[in-house]
Design a protein around this ligand. Structure first.
Ligand SMILES: *Cc1c(COP(=O)(O)O)cnc(C)c1O
Length: 477
């Protein structure tokens, strides 16, 4: 402290002396109508934070003027701090990145129907574990079990918190203390530190990697089968691709090999889809139905990737396997909650009619939307911006590909349409920051020093939000 005092120059000392006391600002805050519903401790914390930040800026010579320290200016900063503190941290954003299943932005938005059922179940009591026909205790999995069997052709099904959990509990149940034979090329890391070898270690199963990164043959699996072997595992590459001189063993052949040696076969599909995307002009992804039909004993996949539902891990397969997984005590720790279940059931119901699913489930709708339809929305946004009638803002349509995201279809470029937006006197970075601080925040990307919005992931209802955010930016310059 003593040293600080010596270092601080006279004008700096003066500014530091001008910093108001917390009590006095508290007094001023009490007179503000906008603080009426704000808990007093929140106001105090914000006042302290503002004063501390100002003190720091003064000490660092950060251009604080006397005016900045006048009551109205300080109170303005307190108001902003209080507004930020009172806002939920987790909130809605506008995704203008074009990445459909954006893991940082909540992956899949839910279908309206799913949201409605989720809200209804959340608001009241529900028959979560109550059998209405029998009038006694029931199982929470009944909500989706028959539906999943109907949609995938599997004998039995259950669900857990997420697919990482589905893989963990399946391995723990089937192969704890036993060898799990898997191709080297499939030892993937999905984002967020989910690595197949690590999950396997946590499950107590013993990894037996076979083949090479680019080529694995049936004989590689066969050669690794010994009395300690407990499972043949296939893992979807998800977020990368092996191209060129490659070889993998089709699931069907693994199933036949497993049958010859009395070993079960599991497939972690990762994303997992119930519809054939090639019908919509996209790359073909193996469907869950394909995996079940190939004879896999257990198939796991996510609820919130290509399926377009809530975060969940879905496990389908042979009755005896699923029964064992369901009874695993770990299931209690991984179990799906009622809100997720409500949203998942409604999402799955939509799949009974594929056309309806593609229209109602946002993830499917966005993935299958054609470029001209996206372009129409880009033009609409351009019209909104023209209506601002300000010569400083300009926009330009550009065709760019968007990505599926979520570790799904990594090679797929979806032809899309972006709006490149420029405001004279505002850099792309400054524009990005302003819009990210908007309420709701708008997230887009910068390409070649220009601000770009990909309209694939922006529903029509978000266009006025974007226009008014840009209008606000224009007012501040
Ligand atoms: C995404 C993914 C997971 C993890 O699924 P979450 O639902 O995110 O837990 C596991 N395996 C593969 C192959 C994946 O792509």
């Amino acid at each position: 402290m003593a040293k600080n005092r010596i270092d601080v120059s006279e004008p700096m000392q003066d500014l530091l002396r001008r910093l108001p006391a917390v009590d006095r600002l508290m007094e001023l805050a009490r007179a503000e109508a906008c603080f009426e519903w704000v808990p007093a401790p929140v106001v105090v914390t914000c006042i302290r934070a503002v004063i501390d930040a100002d003190r720091r800026r003064i000490r660092e010579g950060g251009g604080v003027s006397e005016q900045d320290l006048a009551d109205p200016a300080i109170m303005q900063r307190v108001k902003e701090a209080v507004r930020a503190a009172m806002q939920p941290k987790l909130r809605q954003v506008v995704n203008a990145t074009g990445v459909v299943i954006h893991t940082n932005l909540g992956r899949s938005p839910l279908a309206e129907e799913a949201v409605d059922n989720l809200a209804a179940v959340a608001r009241r009591y529900s028959n979560l574990e109550y059998d209405l026909a029998e009038g006694r205790r029931g199982s929470r999995y009944m909500a989706v079990r028959d539906l999943l069997c109907e949609l995938t052709g599997a004998q039995d099904a259950m669900v857990v918190n997420n697919n990482a959990g589905a893989v963990l509990i399946s391995l723990e149940t089937i192969a704890r203390g036993r060898g799990v034979i898997v191709s080297r090329g499939e030892l993937v890391e999905i984002g967020g530190s989910f690595r197949i070898p690590d999950v396997m270690a946590k499950s107590g199963a013993i990894l037996r990697e076979v083949g090479t990164t680019n080529r694995t043959h049936l004989r590689d699996y066969e050669g690794a089968i010994d009395p300690a072997a407990g499972l043949l595992l296939k893992v979807h590459w998800s977020n990368y691709s092996i191209v060129g001189f490659t070889a993998q063993v089709p699931l069907k052949e693994l199933v036949a090999l497993g049958a010859r040696h009395g070993l079960p076969v599991m497939e972690d599909l990762g994303s997992g889809t119930l519809i054939d995307f090639s019908k919509y002009g996209l790359l073909r992804e193996p469907t869950v139905q394909d995996s079940v039909a190939s004879g896999a004993d257990v198939v796991t996949f996510s609820g919130d990737k290509l399926l377009g539902g809530p975060q969940a891990g879905i496990i389908v397969g042979r009755t005896d396997m699923i029964e064992r997984i369901r009874k695993n005590p770990i299931n209690r720790a991984l179990r799906i909650d009622k809100l997720t279940l409500a949203a998942l059931e409604t999402t799955l119901r939509l799949y009974r009619d594929e056309e309806r699913a593609v229209a109602a489930i946002p993830t499917l709708r966005m993935l299958t939307e054609k470029q001209d339809s996206i372009e129409a929305r880009a033009r609409e946004l351009a019209d909104h911006l023209a209506a601002l009638d300000d010569a400083r803002i300009s926009s330009e349509l550009v065709r760019r590909p968007s990505k599926a995201g979520g570790g799904a279809l990594p090679l797929l470029d979806l032809p899309s349409c972006c709006l490149r937006i420029r405001i004279r006197g505002v850099s792309a970075n400054a524009l990005e920051l302003s819009l990210r601080r908007n309420d709701p925040p708008i997230i887009a990307r910068i390409e070649d020093d220009a601000y770009m919005m990909d309209l694939r992931t922006v529903p029509a209802g978000d266009l006025p939000i974007i226009a008014s955010a840009l209008s606000a930016v224009l007012q501040t310059i």
